[in-house]
Design a protein around this ligand. Structure first.
Ligand SMILES: *[C@@H]1O[C@H](CO)[C@@H](O)[C@H](O)[C@H]1NC(C)=O
Ligand SMILES: *[C@@H]1O[C@H](CO)[C@@H](O)[C@H](O)[C@H]1NC(C)=O
Ligand SMILES: *[C@@H]1O[C@H](CO)[C@@H](O)[C@H](O)[C@H]1NC(C)=O
Ligand SMILES: *[C@@H]1O[C@H](CO)[C@@H](O)[C@H](O)[C@H]1NC(C)=O
Length: 385
């Protein structure tokens, strides 16, 4: 599926019309030589195809989901881009020119990985993909349910360990990371060996968002990543003796738009009961909305921007054209900045976001300012300003 592979295949399968056999052979030999010499590098400079080897102290881990908005990212900060969209060789070349790693997405059905032979072939395939695309590692994003007593529990730890060993051996300086929920307390029925997985890879990306995926109390709209709840998650990871340097704080650049069944005068928005993995209601009752859309909508809200002191998060209410009330909860520079102070205080590895595409890169003056502020709060507090 990779681009270089596709290009090779096309060359081999459709020789120019009328080329005699000998010339075709010569062409093939030349192609083999070029490939052996690594000259199929798509970058303007061949050295940009080399994997990044150096490590920076503070990690800024960026998820990208496609298109070309990456051209407007703040590359002075980025250390890793996890490409969850289509592979873009231009992005790879550019990231490398800025000293940033580009990593693959790794997802696999957990039923399959119980078989060690399947794991080996999955890893070999990902490694080959990373190499042919000149990438610097892989971000393993398994968000599936795992029972504590199931064979998947140990197989998952083994998969992470084997992936890390292979990548580190085959691609010098490469990075293998694993995405975990906001808390290690088996959120969404994900019973993982968190300490084992943290030991087995370079670091964990903690997804400190979707924290209302299981609402056990009242079914009301609430913050995507409330301050206390978020920090409790990190405390719990550290308490199980995971080194803070193995944790990168993931923050949301999106929010949730909930339709209210009832909106009380003190802004309590009752939401529909949509169960999730055993919990009676969840954020699945809402709709994820990117920060750029929220910023466009906020001026037409009926409440103006509000701040919840308990959850330390902004929100607002609006009325849709059909007359239904909505409540939107999100994160802004203020709420993110409060949480990211914890990174320095507790010595976490860095910060990252889902996802970088959520901001407005149109260049419009108001949007530009808002976008810059979101990138700015990622900076370590001591260096800020
Ligand atoms: C987690 O994995 C490590 C490494 O495989 C192992 O030593 C440890 O016993 C596991 N812990 C639990 C709680 O299963
Ligand atoms: C619904 O909201 C109205 C105010 O808009 C409030 O008076 C009423 O008590 C609420 N009902 C419930 C069941 O919360
Ligand atoms: C929203 O209102 C603020 C303050 O009145 C203004 O500065 C900003 O330009 C407006 N945003 C949009 C998208 O219209
Ligand atoms: C948040 O945590 C602090 C410190 O643990 C505590 O004092 C405070 O009451 C908590 N706030 C909420 C709303 O739970």
């Amino acid at each position: 599926m990779s681009r270089p592979q596709l290009r090779r295949w096309r060359l081999l399968s459709s020789p120019p019309r009328g080329v005699p056999g000998l010339a075709l052979l010569a062409l093939l030999a030349l192609l083999a030589l070029r490939l052996a010499a690594g000259t199929d590098c798509p970058c303007p400079e061949p050295e940009l195809c080399r994997p990044i080897r150096h490590h920076r102290d503070f990690e800024v881990f960026v998820f990208d989901v496609g298109q070309k908005t990456w051209k407007s990212y703040d590359w002075s900060q980025i250390t890793t881009v996890a490409t969850f969209g289509k592979y873009d060789s231009e992005l790879m070349c550019y990231a490398h020119s800025k000293g940033a790693r580009v990593v693959l997405k790794g997802d696999v059905s957990l039923k399959d990985i119980i078989d060690p032979a399947f794991r080996a072939s999955w890893i070999a395939q990902k490694l080959n993909l990373a190499k042919t695309q000149y990438m610097d590692g892989i971000n393993i994003d398994i968000e599936q349910e795992v029972n504590c007593l199931s064979p998947e529990y140990d197989a998952l730890t083994a998969l992470v360990k084997e992936t890390t060993d292979s990548f580190h051996r085959e691609i010098e300086g490469s990075q293998v990371t694993f995405d975990v929920a906001w808390s290690p307390k088996n959120i969404d029925r994900r019973c993982y060996n968190y300490t084992g997985i943290a030991d087995a890879c370079d670091f964990l990306f903690v997804m400190s968002y979707d924290e209302q995926s299981q609402i056990w109390s009242e079914c009301i709209a609430a913050a995507n990543a409330p301050y206390n709840q978020t920090l409790t998650g990190y405390n719990d990871y550290i308490k199980m003796s995971i080194n803070p340097k193995k944790l990168v704080m993931g923050v949301p650049w999106y929010g949730y738009d909930y339709t209210c069944l009832n909106l009380s005068e003190d802004h309590v928005c009752t939401i529909a009961k949509v169960p999730f993995r055993g919990a009676p209601c969840s954020d699945a009752a809402g709709r994820q909305v990117p920060y750029k859309m929220i910023m466009k909508q906020i001026n037409s809200s009926i409440s103006g921007n509000l701040w919840d002191k308990d959850q330390q998060a902004p929100y607002y209410n609006y009325k849709d054209p059909a007359g239904h009330f909505h409540q939107v909860w999100y994160d802004n520079p203020q709420s993110i900045s409060l949480k990211s102070t914890y990174i320095q205080n507790y010595g976490l590895r860095g910060i990252g976001m889902w996802n970088a595409n959520c901001l407005d890169y149109s260049g419009d003056a108001v949007a530009k300012q808002q976008t810059e502020e979101m990138w700015e709060v990622l900076k370590p507090k001591l260096l800020q300003r």
